[in-house]
Ligand binder design. Sequence first.
Ligand code: AP5
Ligand code: MG
Length: 209
Amino acid sequence: MIVVFLSPPGGGKGTQAPRLARQIGAEHLSTGVIFRSMYEANDPLGIKAHDEYWGKGQLCPDGITIPLVEKKLAELEGAVLDGFPRNIAQAEALDRMVKVDAVVSLSITEQTALERLGYRAECKACNITYGLANKPLNKGECNSCHGQLNMRNDDADAAIIRQRFEQYETKTKLLLEYYRKNGNLHEIDGNQDPERVYVDILRALRLDA
Ligand code: AP5
Ligand code: MG
């Protein structure tokens, strides 16, 4: 099964997509995570993607992003895609690679994105995301592995968060119409409590029985 998650920054892709992936026995595939890992590993392409694109709140070029996803997807049976596609060219490329079974769109306002991302902290070892709605038991420490929690550098500046939101509004939002026409778009209110959002996702995908 191939499920796509679309949302503005802070919409809840990284909170909901791994949970759904576990439930349906698919891999969670996040292009944002891939780019950050490449950067942290000092990969030259990862450094270029950070310095010229994602570190400034801009989308990375399709010529870099599409082949990365194609390579990963070729190794997988099923996937929950978090943050890919983000524009029409990527959606068309994905359609050439696999059959997309369902698309989940989580909507939030720019104000909510700014509030949430100002508090987000991540554990790199466990890939768990903390925030206002799920604070760590001890500040700065992962509940699961007790590792140090980190803030993403594209969250550290409100101007970059606004830039990411603008990229969503002008490029990614066009995909709502693209998938609506295909008849597999499920639009969920991402402003709700995370548990409520997950229940709505399961119901939309008819996995709640
Ligand atoms: P990416 O890592 O995907 O970042 P993003 O799209 O900006 O989304 P975020 O990860 O910020 O938010 P999220 O929706 O995952 O929210 P989360 O669940 O963490 O991409 C980063 C960059 O890489 C892009 O800007 C781009 O440059 C590049 N890139 C990636 N993919 C690309 C592509 N396909 N093409 C080109 N470039 C690409 O939640 C956020 C916070 O809110 C957390 O603290 C969480 O705990 C909290 N929270 C979540 N849900 C709720 C809720 N319901 N109520 C209250 N709090 C909540
Ligand atoms: Mg994310």
